[in-house]
Design a protein around this ligand. Structure first.
Ligand code: FE2
Length: 274
């Protein structure tokens, strides 16, 4: 197995591993804990193999809003058809941060890729936190923020293309609100990192709306610096797994006229602590 870091910030690509092989799991798990994003190239895996691999990490967290794969209700389809304009996940976000016990991570399998584009960007929230001044870190430590699914998956988005085309549904189930520390201690690595994101975080508790908006905008600008990022260029057959507690991600929607189909499985996590 050959593990190559993608950037100095986070991420690694792994060649020569097989997700179906139990003997490869310990090394894959260690790489995941070290790099937060791992790209397992050239996997020969069907939905059952994908599920079995995910279950080695923990119980499956079934997403309420994505259309599932027909034969496998635990697998969400992340799909953009060639005549569609909107992609899912275009804004910087952390999956499931609106849950009080947010998912550990997601495992995305590239089934059908456009001939170019459709990359995914990731940010290391630990690297972003480390680069803040001690004074700003001291201000943020101990604060809590509210996250919600309502404004993203709720009734107000029922007019969107994703909702009308059936890719997203279940808007009436978008009632989750969660309260998390703004700075968490990572449950596996113990590393401190920011845990707010532009899509699901609504506000920081204890601040006025203007103060909260200003602090969040400053943090979001800070986190978007390329020094904290890596970029995954997909090929069909690749499986990428990321740690929601340590990263943001963003889907690049630059492949209009082509179809892109991914299978996503999300794994349960634990409650987060400061
Ligand atoms: Fe996502």
């Amino acid at each position: 197995m050959d593990i190559r870091p993608l950037t100095g910030g986070l991420g690694a690509e792994i060649h020569g591993a097989d997700i179906r092989n139990a003997e490869d799991f310990d090394a894959i798990h260690e790489a995941f804990a070290t790099y937060s994003v791992i790209v397992l190239r050239d996997q020969i895996a069907g939905p059952d193999d994908h599920l079995a691999f995910a279950r080695r990490f923990g119980p499956i967290n079934v997403n309420r809003f994505f259309k599932p794969v027909e034969s496998h209700p635990e697998i969400a389809m992340v799909l953009k058809e060639k005549d569609q304009k909107e992609a899912v996940g275009e804004g910087w976000h952390t999956d499931h941060s609106y849950d009080q016990v947010p998912a550990m991570g997601s495992i995305l399998h590239a089934i059908e890729m456009p001939p170019f584009g459709g990359d995914t960007l990731f940010v290391s929230m630990g690297a972003a936190y480390d680069a803040l001044s001690p004074t700003m870190r001291g201000f943020l430590d101990g604060l809590h923020a509210i996250h919600s699914s309502r404004h993203v998956f709720g009734a107000s988005v029922q007019d969107s293309e994703a909702s009308k085309s059936g890719r997203l549904g279940n808007a009436e189930a978008a009632t989750q609100d969660a309260r998390h520390p703004v700075v968490i201690t990572h449950p596996m690595s113990g590393r401190r990192g920011l845990f707010v994101n532009p899509v699901f975080t609504t506000h920081i508790e204890g601040l006025t709306p203007d103060e909260s908006d200003a602090i969040l905008a400053m943090l979001y600008d800070h986190c978007k610096q390329p020094e904290f990022q890596c970029r995954v260029r997909w090929q069909a057959g690749d499986i990428t797994m990321w740690d929601n507690r340590a990263t943001w991600h963003k889907a690049i929607n630059d492949y209009h006229g082509f179809r892109r189909l991914m299978h996503r499985i999300t794994v349960d996590g634990v409650a987060l602590t400061p």
